[in-house]
Design a binder for this molecule. Structure first.
Ligand code: B12
Ligand code: SF4
Ligand code: SF4
Length: 350
């Protein structure tokens, strides 16, 4: 069958109906990749060597889907979590907002599939397509900038006019031409002289030019990093046990936001965002699986998550956690990663 053009309005309608908040389309011409190359050359990818390995596909989407003609990029907004009203910072472990509910990779992938099915039903297009959410070798943010969804802030995140940086991105590469609307002028850059994110980052992971040195980023250290957390950085992690939202929390672009069309995170996430150290330190591998099943947290696995919990417990300054750390040591002391971090926490707590 001959591949025909479809209207942007049809694409937009299908993706909005599937639950996305923002939609844009671009052709498949190569991206610059200049920042990515600089980021890789400086070692900022840490151990995520898969990013460098897929450099050519990231820069040239046609390598991912031969015959690719258009890329749809869709953003799903989410609500940042709110701390429990009775919280004092040292008592609770912090989980990044995006990880409070079901894993967005699955949800956004399902929404993309629904939108594609709808397009196929109404126009017979696309015939070939490929969905990417986060882990696909796609430069998601650069594509989002290209279609005019927003600008990249100094915190290295896409800042959208309606939802700030609290959006997650997904793409569909298609063999179909989409009649794209006239390109919007680039959004006004809001960072200007602001440095709030750079100054607030506890580990100094953000560079002036808005690149993230993953080797220092709490998000990387608590989610992606496999071995022991470098000792000099441990005290700077605060009570974060999975991800970090600090450079979003301080950003003025996030002060006024519209509500997401189809929220997928729990409505009142206070308890799940700030589980108590008492609960986490007592957790067995089975309880971990049960508590975090289907959420992004499950991806780190018990061992690495408990490594994070130990560091955060040490940083909490709460000496009443010492018996729980000792009990964790007697139950799980044969695991070198957990042992090292539990011992560190006990030492810090005196
Ligand atoms: C690797 C990765 C990480 C790494 C490195 C982060 C980084 N910024 O490089 C780590 C593990 C640290 C990480 C952390 C987080 N991540 Co992350 N991560 C990615 C991933 C897989 C690749 C990013 C990448 O290519 N980095 C390489 C460097 C070079 O990219 P960069 O500095 O951002 O620059 C690129 C663009 O921003 C763009 N660009 C930048 N400035 C400018 C300026 C202009 C004018 C133009 C045209 C383009 C442009 O060009 C560059 C590429 O050449 C993407 C998904 C994807 N496939 O793209 C998600 C992604 C960036 N992460 C995401 C999220 C939500 C997070 C966290 C908030 C999670 C959390 N709460 O803990 C943190 C935030 C940390 C931060 N401040 O960036 C979202 C961001 C959504 C948004 N609003 O932008 C993404 C897009 C995933 C998704 N599908 O939604 N992440
Ligand atoms: S905190 Fe300020 S400098 Fe950082 S991204 Fe937001 S507006 Fe830009
Ligand atoms: S996610 Fe946290 S550690 Fe990483 S750059 Fe932002 S503030 Fe810094």
């Amino acid at each position: 069958m001959q591949t025909q053009k479809i209207d942007f309005a049809a694409v937009q309608q299908a993706f909005l109906a599937a639950g996305f908040d923002l939609v844009g389309v671009t052709d498949c011409s190569p991206l610059t990749g200049a920042r990515l190359a600089r980021w890789l050359a400086r070692g900022y990818a840490a151990d995520m060597e898969w990013i460098g390995r897929s450099f050519r596909s990231r820069v040239d989407p046609r390598r991912l889907l031969p015959g690719c003609r258009s890329i749809v990029v869709a953003a799903a907004a989410y609500e940042p979590g709110r701390p429990p009203t009775d919280s004092s910072p040292g008592k609770y472990a912090v989980i990044a907002s995006y990880a409070l509910g079901p894993d967005y990779h699955r949800i956004l992938r399902r929404r993309c599939r629904e939108a594609v099915t709808q397009l196929q039903r109404t126009s017979g297009q696309p015939q070939k397509f490929r969905i990417a959410v986060d882990s696909g070798p796609v430069l998601e943010q650069e594509i989002a900038v290209r279609v005019g969804l927003g600008v990249i802030g100094r915190n290295s995140l896409l800042l959208t006019p309606s939802f700030g940086s609290y959006v997650l991105l997904a793409e569909v590469l298609m063999d179909t031409w989409v009649k794209t609307p006239e390109q919007k002028p680039p959004s006004r850059h809001i960072c200007l002289d602001c440095r709030k994110c750079v100054q607030a980052c506890p580990t100094h992971a953000l560079t002036e030019e808005g690149l993230v040195d993953s080797r220092r980023c709490i998000s990387y250290l608590t989610i992606e990093h496999r071995g022991p957390i470098p000792e000099p950085l441990r005290p700077l992690l605060g009570t974060h046990v999975f991800g970090c939202d600090i450079c979003q929390e301080v950003c003025p672009a996030n002060r006024v936001r519209s509500a997401p069309r189809a929220p997928f995170l729990p409505g009142s996430p206070a308890e799940s965002r700030y589980p108590s150290f008492q609960e986490l330190l007592r957790m067995s591998p089975e309880e971990f699986k049960e508590k975090f099943r289907g959420t992004p947290v499950a991806r780190t696995g018990y061992q690495r998550f408990m490594r994070n919990v130990c560091v955060a417990a040490g940083n909490s300054g709460d000496r009443s956690l010492k018996p729980l750390l000792e009990s964790l040591l007697s139950r799980r002391g044969d695991d070198p990663l957990i042992r090292e971090h539990a011992e560190w926490a006990l030492e810090i707590l005196g």
